[in-house]
Design a protein around this ligand. Structure first.
Ligand code: ATP
Ligand code: MTE
Length: 202
């Protein structure tokens, strides 16, 4: 059953796929669809997506991030370019536009990813705040998007390692963004009791 969207703040989210090969058509981009699908599943809020598919070029990545923040995205998620290869420069491009670093997100993502692949330590992903926007790097493997955002669950749905998205709504509150509300079966967001908004009347 669809819910009345007036109950939830509208939100604008930037999604950026950073890949030399996907952006030049060598292979189909699976990053943007994976980001869009996961966010649509996870959030009750009506979402407007601002998407970018760009190559691994530091200046172009920083410019895209600034453009999305200036366009009013309270959250920007990137995928790709976080490894050690010569052309992997997403963390540098993200740090170049940072007003504040948020190291907990990268630390937690590497912990989660280690449960899936031993090469998780090769991912240098960072998260930063710029103005009133939270920017988070995710790894490039399309399947890593849900893994890091959602964490690891047992077959019965019991959470083994919490995903990083659990902390995103409260972070967005703290930087003055819209009130993000998640679907618990996908991702149970955590807020201190004092920050939980009473359900609005229909
Ligand atoms: N946008 C994408 N769409 C589909 N698959 C991707 C995408 N980005 C990455 N992958 C897959 O994940 C792997 C690791 O991602 P990484 O960001 O390291 O890419 P890469 O090897 O630097 O190459 P490229 O930048 O050309 O995607 C890639 O080799 C590819 O198999
Ligand atoms: N959850 C998850 N994290 C992952 C991976 C993965 O498959 N799943 N791949 C790792 C690998 S092999 C690399 S090189 C780094 C960096 O990937 P990127 O350059 O595609 O961003 O992410 C790591 N993190």
């Amino acid at each position: 059953m669809s819910e009345p969207s007036a109950l939830h703040d509208p939100v604008k989210i930037g999604i950026v796929s950073i890949s030399d090969r996907a952006s030049s058509g060598v292979y189909e981009d699976k990053g943007l669809p994976a980001l869009q699908d996961w966010l649509t599943r996870a959030l009750h809020n009506p979402i407007t997506f601002e998407s970018r598919l760009i190559p691994d070029e530091q200046e172009g990545i920083s410019a895209a991030l600034i453009e999305l923040v200036n366009a009013g995205c309270c959250l920007v998620l990137t995928t790709g370019g976080t490894g050690p290869a010569l052309r992997d420069v997403t963390p540098e491009a993200t740090l170049a536009v940072a007003h504040k670093e948020m190291p907990g997100f990268g630390e937690q993502m590497r912990q989660i990813s280690l449960k899936f692949v031993p090469t998780a330590i090769l991912s240098r992903q960072v998260a930063v705040v710029r103005d009133q926007s939270l920017i988070i790097n995710l790894p490039g493997q399309p399947k890593a998007i849900a893994e890091t955002l959602e964490g690891l669950k047992e077959a019965d749905g019991k959470q083994i390692v919490p995903g990083i998205f659990a902390a995103v709504p409260y972070c967005v509150d703290l930087i003055g963004g819209p009130y993000l509300e998640t679907r618990d079966e996908v991702c149970k967001a955590f807020r201190p009791k004092s920050a939980v908004r009473a359900t609005r009347p229909a």
